[in-house]
Design a protein around this ligand. Structure first.
Ligand SMILES: Cc1cc2nc3c(=O)[nH]c(=O)nc-3n(C[C@H](O)[C@H](O)[C@H](O)COP(=O)(O)O)c2cc1C
Length: 171
């Protein structure tokens, strides 16, 4: 699939078919995260693949009760394993690194006929407890993964004129 088409097709999927994700497709999605760039190539991440139904449902409860999270056959949890590093620009690197890797997965999923939804509304403490993640690390995102049940929606976005300026910043 062309990158442009993949980007256009990616959308947040909040309803999944009750159908397992073939191992090969999961591997391709995870491989896309593995190849993502990161600050100084530190690759400060771990991706936990959760398949057990009971654990998925616990994650859904920890995600403010967003039940669709537990309905997807897989929930990938993206964990930052180096959280202290601040780039010279003053921005912490781990949320940036993890966002790139997770976005790679959302796009790779499209190429595999799968859907995802970035989940940022969850309890850090509860997810750590459910997945036995050490306190020193930081959970950045949950990513349900499965075959989408819903069709493509219209994208609501600001225009380029609103988000781009040239040479210097303008409000
Ligand atoms: C950092 C981040 C956190 C998000 N958290 C949630 C969430 O907890 N639950 C949810 O249903 N969608 C969540 N979303 C999905 C956004 O609502 C969605 O990307 C946005 O509305 C644009 O729609 P689209 O993804 O279909 O293009 C999140 C997206 C991002 C990037």
């Amino acid at each position: 699939m062309e990158l442009k088409e993949t980007i256009e097709k990616r959308e947040s999927v909040r309803s999944y078919e009750d159908k397992p994700v073939p191992e090969e497709k999961l591997k391709k999605v995870l491989e896309a995260a593995r190849l993502a760039p990161s600050a100084s190539n530190r690759q400060p991440w771990k991706f936990i693949v959760v398949r057990e139904k009971k654990r998925r449902q616990e994650l859904a409860r920890a995600a403010n009760g967003q039940t669709f999270v537990g309905e997807a056959p897989i929930v990938i949890t993206a964990v930052a394993t180096r959280v202290e590093h601040i780039m010279a620009c003053g921005v912490p690197s781990h949320p940036v690194d993890l966002a790139i890797a997770v976005d790679h997965m959302t796009l790779a999923a499209i190429d595999e006929g799968l859907g995802t939804c970035w989940i940022g509304a969850f309890s850090q403490e509860k997810v750590k407890e459910i997945l036995e993640i050490p306190e020193k690390y930081r959970v950045v995102a949950l990513l349900p993964l499965g075959f989408p049940r819903e069709g493509t929606k219209m994208k609501i976005r600001k225009s380029l004129g609103e988000i781009v300026c040239y040479e210097t910043f303008t409000e």
